[in-house]
Design a binder for this molecule. Sequence first.
Ligand code: NAD
Length: 250
Amino acid sequence: MGFKGKVAMITGASVGIGRATALCFAERGAHLVLLDLNGEGLEKVRAETAAYGADVQIYACDVSDEAQVIRSVAEALAHFGRIDILVNNAGVWRGAKLFGEFTSAEWQRFLNINVMGTVHCTNAALPGMVARGWGRIINVGSVAGVYGNRKMVPYSASKGAVIAMTKALAKEVADKGVTVNCVSPGTVNSSADDDPYAAEVYEDESKAPCYMKRRGSDMENADLICYLASEGAAYLSGQNIQIDGCRRKI
Ligand SMILES: NC(=O)c1ccc[n+]([C@@H]2O[C@H](COP(=O)([O-])OP(=O)(O)OC[C@H]3O[C@@H](n4cnc5c(N)ncnc54)[C@H](O)[C@@H]3O)[C@@H](O)[C@H]2O)c1
C-alpha cells in the first residue's frame, strides 16, 4: 500500500487519530497537508512525519471557518499543485450532558465543526480530484452517528449527518474516479482519557460497550483510513465502516 507521489490532506492532525493517520501516510510515501486549530501540535507532527522524508505543509486553521479553509487549501495547492486524498477528521465530541442541557450555541458548535468543517474542506479539495479523475475522501464519523449515544445528542446528530453526507456524495462522484467513505470509531484509547462517557462505561467491564472489552487504538483507525485511500480500495465507496471492537447497540 504505497502513496508515493500522492498528497494527503488531514484535518485535526495534531493529536489522536489525525496524528496517527499523518504518520501512516508519511510512512507509506505521501506528502502531507495538515490542518488543525493547534499550530504548536502541528509543528510536532511535522517533525515526526518529516522523519519519513515527507514534504509536510501545516496550517493553523479552524475548519468551521470557510474563509480560513479556502485560504489554507489555496496555499497548499500553490505548493503541491494537487490534493489527492482528504481525511476529514477534525471534530469535537467532549462534553456529555442531557439533551435539555445543551444550549443552541453548543449545538451550533457541534454542527459547525463536525458537519460544516467537513463540507468546507470537501468543497475546497474535491474539484481538483474530479478534474484529475482520481480522489479519495475519508470522513471520520462515529458509532454515535449510527446508534446514538446518550448524553451526546448533538454529537450523535452531527456524526449521523457526516455518515449520510458520505453516502450521498459518493453517488455524485462515483463515475469520476473519486471514492467517499466514512470510518466510524467506537471508543479510542489515546484521546478518550478525559471523556466522562468513556470513563463511566469502562469503569465497570460488564458495561463495556464492545464485546472485545477494550478501546481501539488511534493506529488501528489510521490503518483503516489508509486502506480506504489506497488503490486496492478503488471499488469501495459510499460505505460507513464501523471500527468498534464489535460494539453493542447501546
Ligand atoms: N476518540 C474517540 O473515542 C472517538 C470515537 C469516535 C469518533 N471519534 C472522532 O475521531 C475524530 C478524531 O478524534 P480524536 O479523539 O482522535 O481527537 P481529539 O478529539 O483528541 O482531537 C481532535 C483534533 O481536532 C482538532 N480540532 C477540533 N476542532 C477543530 C476545528 N474547528 N478546526 C480544526 N481542528 C479542530 C483538535 O485541535 C484536535 O487536534 C473526531 O472527529 C472524533 O469525533 C473519536
